[in-house]
Design a protein around this ligand. Sequence first.
Ligand SMILES: Cc1ncc(COP(=O)(O)O)c(C=O)c1O
Length: 415
Amino acid sequence: MLAKRYTGKKLVDNIFTTSKKAKQAIKKYGKENVINATIGSLYDEEEKFAIYNVVEKVYRNLPSEDLYAYSTNVIGEDDYLDEVIKAIFYDDYKEELKDLLYIASVATTGGTGAISNTIKNYMDTGDKVLLPNWMWGTYKNIVIENGGKIETYQLFDENGNFNFEDFRSKVLELAKTQKNVVLILNEPSHNPTGFRMTYEEWVKLMDFFKSIKDTNLIVIRDVAYFEYDDRTEEETKALRKLLIGLPKNVLFMYAFSLSKSLSIYGMRIGAQIAVSSSEEVIQEFKDAISFSCRTTWSNVPKGGMKLFETIMKNPELKADFLKEKQAYIDLLKERADIFLNEAKEVNLDILPYKSGFFVTIPIGETVDKVIEELESQNIFVIKFDKGIRIGICSVPKRKIVGLAKKIKEAIEKSK
Ligand SMILES: Cc1ncc(COP(=O)(O)O)c(C=O)c1O
């Protein structure tokens, strides 16, 4: 019955399935006896879903019309569109990046909408999209949904640094046969590892992008977790400067999401932010993307956009948000430190973690056995390729204590 191009697809969502098992165990054995590290949302130390007070206050006081009416434009509310650019490039972006770059944004249904809208519009049918080997699985499904294929680059080299050589050779290989090469960099606070690149790694990467001549490069930078990174403003501003001098054939597309930033996952608010040195490329982006928005979700919830712009435009509310956010960053760091220190003590190998919601342990062929062993002890984790992901975003500190040792023992037992 399905149209030919839509046959053979079935959503296998390992995260939802495992998380259901964890919930059943909680019902049977009680909350205190179960470690549910499957959740990808922020939870507090009482294991309750994290809600920003400033979000509650502002959202519940928005005028009813803002909650129920259509957005003013298909591409989103004007102030929202400007505030998302400022969230990534700071308030002075117009002066600092003036004349050197053209920037435009379009509201999307979360980061997922931003990524799928980009792949749909920039990947030619049958082409390969370049993804990291450790990745959020939905990337693959988006590519397949749009008639593309997958190529992967090794995210890490043997020292746990960004594997520039593999990345470079994969880009050059695809550039031999494709007019457009679409690729994804999920950074900072990479899912599932918490990886972030250094300034020097970014410099090398940007020099490489600037050297590409006859192929169009569409660099999707997935910044879904950027608010929970502890890079300084100075460093982020230095990275911003590296965009200057991009050739016209390189388009940077930031996939922005408020799901994690404001802990409003269900509201489905995000944006595509396109950056180019070509006015024409940005005009084409605006024309084509608004067309896609109108034919898929039409426009995104006005209330979510108003919520964000209201907080960001009011210095007191913004200060409240930043204060609350800092407390969550500190909490994530405390949880990560417990896990990483204990992992070191028991010699448990971990993929390079810098910031964010997740820590990943590479396991190898015995990964299923390890998961089975952990589940028999009421510890639920997510399988990512041949590793396991621990959602430190949702596990309280008291339950993280001792977890690294239990994982190490499960690995030894499964050998
Ligand atoms: C790496 C990554 N990118 C993007 C998203 C998209 O999230 P949303 O569509 O809720 O904004 C997620 C959500 O889990 C994610 O983990």
